[in-house]
Design a protein around this ligand. Structure first.
Ligand code: NAD
Length: 258
């Protein structure tokens, strides 16, 4: 029987995916107290797309790399499950990825384990990019190894963080990782703005394969749904053994042209 999810802490919950996590937890897990932890505040004005009541969300401003900030948020939220979807954006210096993705994730695991009487599980937002090195990928599944050389510092540090989360899986802290590919949908700040900026600069010459490659752009609502499902199932003893310590690609089912 699924343990009732009384409280969830969404780390990076003020971001693009984060707002959709709030929306989907509100819809699919009514009765769960939703706490957001982020370095930046929730937007003052939400898009009319969202239906959740912002006054029902408890916000904790803090930095994932701070032991005190994370510890305070766990104690205040009394969260059984932490969903960690914080990450710096693409195109930043390597040390920022190392600080947030690697050290921040290690910090979170350590503090969550120290509060094992409160926190039971951790859901980590990884990325499909962890197996990408710039070459064609066909029929990949979760058994594919990481490449020897990652595409960039973002993907390399996401892979290191993902490994740390999977290895942390234990009876005291159950963990599961999710790997979406490029996420699109309301509130996107990277994908469509990035494509538009590249097109304006005439930087659309980069090509993989013969220009017929497919890519799993994934709708943000589906990505958020998968996180709610993971948070619910990881607390279910019938599933915890099967998904604990595992990582899963999240796709839209029907790939689109890259
Ligand atoms: P986003 O930048 O919109 O959201 C990330 C949030 O993390 C931001 O609100 C940011 O303030 C917060 N954050 C960053 N550093 C922090 C820190 N040190 N402490 C606390 N909060 C911090 O990004 P997004 O597109 O919503 O991505 C969410 C997650 O999904 C990330 O982990 C990203 O790697 C992953 N992902 C995104 C895509 C995509 O196409 N957007 C694809 C695959 C995976």
């Amino acid at each position: 029987m699924t343990t009732e999810l009384k409280s969830v802490l969404l780390i990076g919950g003020a971001g693009f995916l984060g707002l959709h996590l709030i929306e989907q937890f509100s819809k699919l897990s009514p009765g769960t107290s939703i706490h957001v932890f982020d370095v930046r505040p929730l937007p003052e004005k939400l898009s009319t797309y969202f239906t959740f009541d912002p006054s029902s969300i408890k916000f904790h401003q803090g930095d994932l790399t701070s032991e005190k900030d994370v510890s305070d948020a766990i104690i205040e939220s009394q969260c059984q499950v932490i969903v960690h979807s914080a990450s710096p954006m693409h195109g930043l210096p390597q040390e920022i990825y190392e600080k947030v993705n690697i050290k921040g994730t290690q910090n979170l695991i350590k503090i969550a384990k120290q509060h094992s009487s409160i926190v039971k599980a951790l859901v980590y937002t990884s990325s499909a990019g962890v197996i990408f090195n710039g070459q064609n990928i066909k029929n990949a599944d979760e058994s594919w190894p990481y490449p020897e050389v990652h595409m960039d510092g973002y993907n390399e540090t996401k892979a290191i963080a993902e490994t740390a989360v999977m290895e942390a899986n234990s009876p005291e802290l159950l963990t599961v990782c999710l790997r979406p590919a490029g996420i699109f949908g309301p509130g996107d700040r990277q994908l469509v703005p990035g494509l538009r900026a590249s097109a304006k600069l005439g930087q659309s010459k980069y090509q993989l394969g013969d220009n017929n490659n497919l890519f799993d752009w994934t709708y943000v609502g589906n990505v958020a749904d998968s996180h709610v499902l993971a948070a619910q199932k990881i607390l279910d003893p019938n599933y915890a053994d099967k998904i604990g310590g595992e990582t899963f690609f999240i796709t839209n089912d029907a790939p689109t042209y890259f």
